[in-house]
Each structure stands twice: as structure tokens, then as C-alpha cells.
Design a protein around this ligand. Structure first.
Ligand code: UDX
Length: 425
């Protein structure tokens, strides 16, 4: 028999977590503060692009194991577990803003059943388990950390096939109860103290960001010495200690987690008396990468005020998320330098609120119309299959900067394009 789970917050993490738990056989009530969103979710309409999510939400609604309600207090009355999946945005000083967590905890506190477990799923600073305990003010309720490691675009698959499940609790019985929710999920499961669980999340994301800044730095080196970064990372990856994953160079890394979490970890370390200079460097290399990428595109364009066709706006492919998108970071720099930008992304129509100067086009060909250079900024698969002759015909001059090393360089050169990739010429 499944457990009764309340999920507070139906963003990327909450919605995926709730829907996936219902698929595992639990009874899940998801709460949000947005009435419109609750109504649409109750009809099975998913506000985000996430592979496989719509199917399992609909399945949950049909079976009755998944419900959406307005207001956290209405979700927790029968819950044995209350998952906090609310945002932890970045404050001005780089620290994580815990006001949503605090508000949610205070809201549910009077309605929680005795012996229930509040689970922190949001990425929260080390020490937040205690913070939530304090905000709840309930000595008969447990607070456990259970960080998420879901990647956007493959979050459903990641939930059912995680590399690990981490549970942070000082209470063995509470940890075992949370662990039991994952029966049916084949993954190593580790139980540790709350501070270690919280640190695992931050340290993992910061390590992955480090890997990416490192590979982008290696790409810059490859350009300087005439090496090809694709071959370099292939050769590096055969070393099992390095591995092939997460070594694709690009225009910089972004998204809802890495920039926020790496800055938060620098802040957490500083507060605790450790100066995390390495991570400061990782962040600085990323800023530099946005800058280098923009400069490369402008240099390739060959005129002082070029028209740039930007292919891709999301922070990576297979998501509609543009939070801290490297594509947008690069575009902002192009606009500041005086470029006119025509952009296309399969998930964007109409205006681009974060860069209103950008003209959003309906397809990659339209974006390329009159352009001095095409910049491939997001690795959408569809860009690989475009008719290159048609692209060249549309452009003022056939030039490409492939910031994701996505396109077929040979095919471009054969059609007379001037070409630059990242870390290869
Ligand atoms: C990330 C973590 O992977 C996930 O475990 C965590 O819980 C949330 O943050 P996500 O933000 O969905 O997930 O994005 P991810 O796929 O990790 O990519 C982050 C950024 O790195 C993107 O901008 C992406 O384009 C870039 N990236 C990723 C590269 O440039 N090269 C790579 O090889 C991989």
C-alpha cells in the first residue's frame, strides 16, 4: 500500500516528484498558491516541457492517486510526508533566500499530523533542516533532507533511475520511512546526517559546474594551440576516473541550478570561515566564456554592427527554461555591442521579455534572413537537419559560429560557410 504524501510547490521539482511518487503507487496531493495553475494541472495540463511528465500526471489523475489543491494547508492533513519543493532564489549577496521555505513551513505547521515527516527537497543551505524545524515549531514532527538531482528535460527518467538517493536525518526511523517511499527505484540509497545531505547536493552541482568551466578553459587552450577539443575530451574521457559525461564545451553553463547553487556555496563557505577560491574561479571562467563567445561571434561577423541569427534561447535543449540561459547571456552582450539579433528557439514565440530588442522568428531560416553570422547557442537536435543551402541563401554572408559544436563542420565547409566552433577551428 502506498503512503500519503503532500508536495508543497508544483514547479519543476515538485510536479515531477509528486507525479513520480504517484506512479510508484503513493497517494499524492500537490499544493500550489496559484489558482490558475492548480486548475490547469487538475485537468492534466502541464505548464512545462518535460519528457514523459504529462503522461504520468494524467495517469495519476485518472487513478485518483494524484490531486492538486490550492494552499499548502489543504494538502497536509492526511499526509505522512510533506515534501517542501518551493523555490530558493538567490538573494543579492549570493545567499539562498529561504523566505518561501519559511512561509510554507509556517503555513503547514498547525495542520501536520503528529509523527509526520517534513522533507526538504528544495536545494537549501547547509543547516536548513534545523531552520525548518524551528519554523515549524513542532517537536512531534520530523524534518528530513532528501535533495533532488533531477535534470530538466530528463527529470522523470532521473527520478525512476537516479544515480543515488540521499537521505539526511538524525533519526534512524524517520530516515527508514523516507527510504521506504523509494521502494521500486533501483539505486544506491544512503542515509547520513542533514548537514552532509545538504552539502552533497551543493558539492555535486558545484563539481559539475567545475567540470564544465574546466572543459571550456581547455577549449580556449585548444584554440590557442591548434588542437581539437572534441578529440581532446574523447581522449580524456577514456580514463575511467574522468569519464565521457558532462564534458561538452559550450557558450558557458547556466540553468536554474548551477549559477545559483555555485554562488550559494561560495557564500556558505565564506560564512563558515572558508574561502572557496576554486569555485570563485569556476564562476569567473563561466562569465569569461559568455564574453569570449560573444566576442567570437562579433569577430566572425566582420562588420561593426552586424545582424546575428541566434539559434537557440533555452539554457540547454529539450527544456523550455531560459533561467540564467547562456544563450541569453551571450545575446545580451551582442546587443550591448550594437548587434541586431534575430533569434529562433522551438519553445519561444512572440516577445523575449528578458531581451526585448531581440526579434523572435518562427524558424531558423527566418532568423537567418539577412544575417552576417549564425550563432548556434542551444544544442537543439533540429538544427542538425536544416537545409544548409537554404540557410546560406537567406544570409547576407554564409558564416557560422557553432557554440555547441553541434553542426557537421565538413558539410558547412563544403557549402562555402566560414566556420568556427568552440575549441576547434
Ligand atoms: C542540473 C544538475 O545536472 C542536476 O543534477 C541538478 O539537480 C539541477 O541542476 P539542469 O539544470 O537541468 O540540472 O541542467 P544540466 O543538464 O546539468 O546542464 C546545466 C548547464 O550545463 C546547461 O547550460 C548545459 O547546456 C551545460 N552543459 C551541460 C554543458 O555545457 N556541457 C555539458 O556537457 C553538460
Amino acid at each position: 500500500m502506498g503512503s500519503n504524501i503532500a508536495v508543497i510547490g508544483t514547479g519543476y521539482v515538485g510536479l515531477t516528484t509528486g507525479a513520480c511518487f504517484s506512479h510508484l503507487g503513493h497517494n499524492v496531493v500537490c499544493a500550489d498558491i496559484d489558482p490558475d495553475k492548480v486548475e490547469r494541472l487538475s485537468r492534466g495540463e502541464i505548464p512545462i516541457l518535460e519528457a514523459g511528465l504529462e503522461e504520468i500526471v494524467r495517469e495519476g489523475l485518472q487513478s485518483g492517486r494524484l490531486r492538486f489543491v490550492l494552499g499548502a494547508e489543504h494538502a497536509v492533513a492526511d499526509a505522512e510526508f510533506a515534501y517542501l519543493c518551493v523555490p530558493t532564489p538567490q538573494s543579492a549577496d549570493g545567499s539562498a533566500d529561504l523566505s518561501y521555505i519559511e512561509a510554507a513551513a509556517r503555513q503547514i505547521a498547525p495542520h501536520l499530523a503528529p509523527e509526520s515527516i517534513v522533507v526538504n527537497k528544495s536545494t537549501v543551505p547547509v543547516g536548513s533542516t534545523r531552520f525548518v524545524e524551528h519554523a515549524l515549531g513542532r517537536s512531534d514532527v520530523y524534518v528530513v533532507s532528501n535533495p533532488e538531482f533531477l535534470r530538466e528535460g530528463s527529470a522523470v527518467n532521473d527520478f525512476f533511475h537516479p544515480d543515488r538517493v540521499v537521505i539526511g536525518s538524525d533519526d534512524q526511523s524517520a530516515a527508514i520511512r523516507v527510504a521506504s517511499l523509494y521502494i521500486g527505484v533501483p539505486a544506491p540509497l544512503m542515509v547520513t546526517d542533514p548537514a552532509s545531505a545538504e552539502t552533497i547536493k551543493y558539492a555535486s552541482n558545484a563539481f559539475l559546474a567545475t567540470k564544465l568551466s574546466y572543459v571550456n578553459a581547455v577549449a580556449a587552450l585548444c584554440e590557442a594551440v591548434g588542437a581539437d577539443v572534441n578529440d581532446v575530451v574523447l581522449g580524456m574521457g577514456y580514463d575511467k576516473r574522468i569519464g565521457h559525461e558532462f564534458l561538452r564545451p559550450g557558450p558557458g553553463w547556466g540553468g536554474s541550478c548551477f549559477p545559483k547553487d555555485s554562488r550559494a556555496l561560495v557564500y556558505i563557505a565564506r560564512e563558515a570561515g572558508y574561502s572557496f577560491d576554486l569555485l570563485d574561479g569556476v564562476i569567473a571562467v563561466n562569465e569569461e566564456q559568455f564574453e569570449r563567445t560573444a566576442r567570437k561571434i562579433l569577430d566572425m561577423a566582420g562588420t561593426p554592427t552586424p545582424t546575428v541569427a541566434a539559434w537557440g534561447l533555452t539554457f540547454k535543449a529539450n527544456t523550455d527554461d531560459r533561467r540564467d540561459s547562456p544563450a541569453v547571456e551571450v545575446i545580451r552582450r551582442l546587443v550591448r555591442a550594437g548587434a541586431r539579433v534575430r533569434a529562433y528557439d522551438p519553445t519561444v514565440r512572440g516577445e523575449l521579455p528578458e531581451a526585448p530588442e531581440v526579434e523572435v522568428c518562427d524558424d531558423a531560416y527566418a532568423a537567418s534572413e539577412g544575417a552576417d553570422v549564425v550563432a548556434v547557442l542551444t544544442e537543439w537536435d533540429e538544427f542538425k537537419w536544416l537545409d544548409l543551402d537554404k540557410v546560406a541563401d537567406a544570409m547576407a554572408a554564409a558564416r557560422v559560429v557553432d557554440c555547441r559544436n553541434l553542426l557537421d563542420r565538413g558539410a558547412l565547409l563544403r557549402r562555402g560557410f566560414s566556420y568556427q566552433g568552440i575549441g576547434r577551428n
